[in-house]
Design a protein around this ligand. Structure first.
Ligand code: BES
Ligand code: MN
Ligand code: ZN
Length: 486
């Protein structure tokens, strides 16, 4: 992670100047050399565009970076994109270890107009800057190196600490999701949770097979049966006092499909099926570092969905933690089985004010919304609005899908209380209708992040995302916790 620094007076290897599309006069006013660049039309402030300029009187390497305009995502996101573009421009330069990023004052003002204070606005810009510098390093030659410092001369000093907390949570989420599945299997997730608990002072509880059996968590157990690594339910708790929020993250460390096996091309992306749990872990770390006044419990039902002689089978009927019996129409609809147990357990044991789950749950969510928004579904209008607001504030767009009762009919089973598949029509919604059966009266929001959890062929494209995991959800959980606490 890069160090994030607020305030002036440091030597840096490069200086970046971020402006919106209609802020290029500001760029021109800084240096006649920039004015010439603008006049030639080589820098126009377009979102995500950048240019390295040499020979400026302001810096040995000057970067001009574009924030575009508010488009559909608003001025704070424009600011994030501009900052991220600036950072990306220097990430590739071998001898640049530090960069200072200055933002066109009017762009900051417009961002402030969206309702956060300047500490928050700069915090968000700084998080985007760090996300843009992220690299997932497994290659030996990539070890060491990377951008070390990002300085924001105009930022309030309080922004740096909170930005580092959030940025670290996002980095952690990306690392866990990016990590190959044979290392970050259910056991690896437990180890990581243990490391995190020790380092950040969180309470850890892990329910292993014996306890899952005595609790009757038939969903987690069934999905985990085919793997040689045992399933487990990992619970991490941060208690800052205040309202309680429970977050369940889908943590299928690898989704082969099970006996309803996926074609090899589709399987290639399924190490990312742990992205929901990864985001929950990252958010727990960020919340603890931020000392948010909430009680945050994150639950990760960690399983590997594998075909083998011991796998659960199509048309099995399994009994879940809440007593419902489920017909397994398809072993590849595994996520909802693991989430259902964890949700029912969280609702019953913690009685949270808000229950949230994040899951790479359905390919159909990608068909519906593509890679530019997560699908949001809920049993509670008020909480849905809160999470929606949090997500958009965080730069993580969501779009709500209906939860009409009639969709539930698609899950009817002749042999059990409910089927785990509802056919091709309305895939994300029938999955959510399935989960709804397990949350009781608890206010709950489900986020299907299948399209946004990692960068796919059609996005999400933002300069603060690179190939691989996006860490989607960490920032939404943090903003939601802040709204709940307010
Ligand atoms: N993890 C997948 C969903 C997924 C697929 C996410 C592609 C991102 C990209 C999930 O477990 C799954 O396999 N879902 C099935 C459900 C179906 C069997 C009802 C799907 O979407 O095809
Ligand atoms: Mn699956
Ligand atoms: Zn899955």
């Amino acid at each position: 992670m890069a160090r994030l620094i607020a305030g002036v007076g440091r030597d840096v290897d490069a200086k970046a100047f971020v402006s919106g599309k209609d802020g290029v006069q500001w760029i021109s006013s800084l240096d006649p050399l920039f004015a010439e660049v603008v006049k030639l039309g080589d820098f126009d402030g377009e979102a995500g565009k950048s240019l390295v300029v040499y020979g400026s009187r302001l810096a040995r390497r000057a970067v001009l970076a574009g924030a575009g305009d508010e488009e559909w995502y608003g001025w704070v996101e424009a600011l994030r994109i501009g900052v991220a573009a600036a950072v990306r421009a220097v990430v590739g330069l071998k001898n640049v270890k530090s960069v200072a990023v200055s933002v066109e004052p009017r762009l900051v003002e417009r961002a402030l107009g969206e309702g956060g204070g300047s500490e928050w606005v700069y915090e968000q810009a700084m998080v985007a800057g760090d996300m843009a510098a992220y690299r997932f390093v497994l290659k030996k030659e990539d070890e060491g190196g990377g951008l070390e410092e990002i300085v924001f001369p105009e930022a309030p000093s309080a922004s740096a600490g909170s930005a580092e907390a959030i940025a670290l949570g996002v980095k952690l989420a990306r690392d866990v999701a990016n990590m190959p599945a044979s290392r970050m299997n259910p056991e690896g997730i437990e180890e990581e949770a243990r490391r995190i608990a020790g380092k950040y002072g969180l309470t850890l509880r892990v329910l292993h097979r014996g306890e899952l059996e005595s609790l009757g968590m038939g969903g987690v157990l069934a999905v985990g049966m085919g793997s040689s690594v045992e399933p487990r339910l990992i619970v991490l708790e941060y208690d800052g006092g205040g309202p309680s929020l429970a977050v369940v993250g889908k943590t299928v460390t690898f989704d082969s499909g099970g006996l309803d096996i996926k074609p090899s091309q589709a399987m290639l992306e399924m190490k990312y099926d742990k992205s929901g749990g990864a985001a929950a872990l990252g958010a727990a770390v960020a919340a603890a570092l931020l000392k948010l006044p909430v009680k945050l419990t994150v639950l990760l039902p960690a399983v590997e969905n594998m075909p083998s002689g011991s796998s659960y089978k199509p048309l099995d009927v399994i009994e879940m933690y809440n007593g419902l019996r489920v017909e397994v129409g398809n072993t590849d609809a595994e996520g909802r089985l693991t989430l259902a147990d964890a949700l029912a357990y969280a609702a019953e044991k913690y009685k949270p004010k808000a229950l949230l789950d994040l899951a790479t749950l359905t390919g159909a969510a990608v068909i519906a919304l593509g890679n530019h928004a997560a699908a949001l579904m809920s049993n509670n209008e008020e909480l849905a609005r809160l999470v929606e607001k949090a997500a958009w504030r965080a730069g993580e767009p969501v779009w709500k899908l209906p939860m009409w009762k009639v969709y539930g009919k698609q899950l009817e089973s002749k042999v059990a209380d409910i089927n785990n598949i509802g056919g091709r029509a309305a895939g994300p919604i029938t999955a959510a209708k399935f989960l709804e059966k397990f949350v009781g009266e608890t206010p709950w929001v489900h986020l299907d992040i299948a399209g946004v959890a990692w960068v796919q062929e059609k996005g999400p494209w933002k300069p603060y995302y690179q190939q691989g995991a996006t860490g989607w959800g960490v920032r939404t959980i943090i903003e939601a916790a802040r709204l709940l606490a307010a």
